[in-house]
Design a binder for this molecule. Structure first.
Ligand code: DBV
Length: 257
């Protein structure tokens, strides 16, 4: 009988999951911020199902790690492993609307066609300098340092561009040993740098006015609506777990307004 998870802070255990070191590091960083568990239904905390024909049945494991802290409304990781088909860490931090903070978003995806790697401090209000200047001043040097190791990920979907910063670390890599090394030796420290910057911004953030907070919340809601509507994983989650489960996972857990 595999290990069951009862709350969103319980450790995620997925055998041979390539993104385990990234989540372990994230959990370790959050341990300094008095994380509180989030009420999530058991069927979304840990889901095991099988995929494929009789002869090629593949185990699919989906786990959700999540918490909230004083200044962060929700930090949640969707962890997917279907060996040979998909291996994903999709991590999103949504700050409280009371602070002038961006989102932290990471989409680390391995498919038969290759690796897709996306890490960013995504603006809640992209066209608002009061929201972006201080962040980008520190983010862009980090991006200059790390993006150069990776081939650019290619065109970002037109309608998604307003949700990314100029410091968006974006790459696509082939499946190879060289890519495996690049992920362990370069992407991991890059991810740690981006997360370190984000948590330092959180530490320094001070409460904003009511008026400003409502503007930030409006920006957060438009982002959440967009992500829920256009989630590139919808097809995969529907194939693995059926339409009803996938829609509820996307709308009620991952991009919950
Ligand atoms: N993406 C998610 C969640 C995932 C997930 C919750 C549970 O938001 C996985 C899993 N992302 C995932 C998968 C793919 C992508 C692609 C499986 C590959 C889909 C495919 O090719 O079949 C960043 N993720 C992508 C893409 C981008 C991102 C830009 C390529 C999309 C494309 O080519 O169409 N982060 C992601 C994103 C936004 C963001 C789309 C939008 C604002 O913030």
């Amino acid at each position: 009988m595999s290990y069951s998870r009862l709350n969103s802070l319980d450790p995620v255990q997925i055998d041979e999951w390539r993104w385990a070191p990234f989540l372990a590091h994230t959990v370790n960083v959050f341990s300094e911020f008095q994380p509180k568990a989030i009420p999530i239904a058991r069927d979304y905390l840990k889901k095991e199902t099988s995929f494929g024909s009789k002869s090629t049945t593949q185990l699919v494991q989906i786990n959700t790690w999540a918490c909230q802290t004083k200044k962060l409304r929700l930090a949640r990781a969707a962890c997917v492993e279907a060996t040979g088909i998909a291996s994903v860490l999709n991590f999103l931090i949504t700050p409280s609307g009371n602070y002038e903070l961006p989102f932290f978003g990471a989409d680390l995806v391995t498919l038969p066609a290759g690796h897709l790697l996306a890490i960013d401090l995504q603006p809640v209000l992209k066209a608002d300098e009061m929201h972006t200047v201080d962040v980008w001043e520190r983010l862009i040097p980090l991006h200059d340092r790390w993006q150069s190791y990776f081939p650019w990920g290619g065109k970002i979907p037109e309608d998604a561009q307003s949700y990314f910063s100029p410091g968006f670390l974006w790459a696509r890599l082939p499946l190879s040993e060289k890519s495996d090394r690049l992920i362990q030796e370069v992407l991991f420290p890059a991810y740690s740098d981006y997360l370190l910057l984000y948590m330092d911004l959180v530490n320094k953030a001070e409460k904003v006015s009511e008026e400003r907070s409502s503007k930030l919340l409006a920006g957060q809601n438009s982002y959440m609506r967009f992500r829920a509507k256009k989630d590139p994983a919808r097809g995969m989650l529907t194939r693995f777990c059926g339409r009803e489960w996938a829609e509820s996972y996307i709308n009620d857990v991952l991009f919950d307004l």
